[in-house]
Design a protein around this ligand. Sequence first.
Ligand SMILES: *Cc1c(COP(=O)(O)O)cnc(C)c1O
Ligand code: SF4
Length: 367
Amino acid sequence: MDDWQQILQHSLRTPEEIAQRFGLDVNEVRKIGQAFKIQITPYYASLIKRKGDPLYRQVVPDLAELAENSGEDDPLEEDLDSPVPSIVHRYPDRVLFLVAHSCASYCRFCTRKRKVGDISKIHPRYIEDGINYIREHPEVRDVIVSGGDPLILSDDRLESILSQLRSIPHVEIIRIGTRMPCYLPQRITEELTSMLKKYHPLYLNVHFNHPDEITAEAARALNLLADAGIPLGNQTVLLKGVNDDVETMRKLMQKLLTVRVRPYYIYQADYVRGTDHFRTTVEKGLEIYQGLRGWTSGLAVPQYVIDAPGGGGKIPLIPEYVQSISDEKVVLRNYTGELFVYPQVKTPKRRRSRPQPPCFVSSSQRV
Ligand SMILES: *Cc1c(COP(=O)(O)O)cnc(C)c1O
Ligand code: SF4
């Protein structure tokens, strides 16, 4: 057994362990555990400094998860875009390929709370069906290997999936989405990275939500991945009491760049059952975006998106930098709030109806 598998085996799992470690009522923990899977790696547990801190909130169960009317099981309606159980095909040219249903630790705010950790959902046939689906759909040029956490699989199982994907000529790029560098950085070994780099072009998106998660161990893991030529992106979820202030987010984004990770998305928290206590207002997200753009490196500014309930996909939210648009000029607001004018190119008079520029549509709030 590898080191990382041993560490994983010593994760906090039982209601008794969790209750004892964090001074909670064991019956309450048991009740939450019946609804949603609970697990915390010893590594991540060791990073928690005190009850209720930003790392604690992400993994330690809270009775608020059992609140009534607190969201939906599948708000993104992924199940409706799922032609076979392991595939979500929502966009024209790319699919999510769900190859594992478990994770090293379980995020209390997980969008796929209804699915992760549920052993009954694992079936080797699902992987095969997913590969066949992709093979039969030549429009799929980008496969996002996700889960659960795909790096929970052994190197051999993962390699079997990657090599099958690579044998499909129309699959141009492969992406892996994982939280391992955050929850169990020991999972990133030289054996793993030398295997992964055989399947380039391969991208990897990690998931860090707080600067304190970027430890020396995490940096070592990210460094190994980057040295294998794997472009690294980060997805962050905006979470109340974890990272819902400009200072924390700016530090997180800047720290990610120092370990060669490019911030990719900040997600507005999804409307998922059992996660209402993590949701912030959308104004908070816009405020954070404005606290990044212009104030720090453009590389440190991810896109802020809402994954629209009802299966609408990711929709970017951008604060109002465009004040007005006319045939003569565009009035713009910069990051400090000052106004600037950009003169429009002169359009010939005879063109009566001019198509509206997309930015006019998006900045209109009259709907
Ligand atoms: C997020 C997501 C993708 C990938 O979207 P990108 O914007 O290309 O990163 C693909 N399919 C589904 C269903 C998704 O939720
Ligand atoms: S690592 Fe990802 S899939 Fe697993 S619990 Fe966290 S958010 Fe959900």
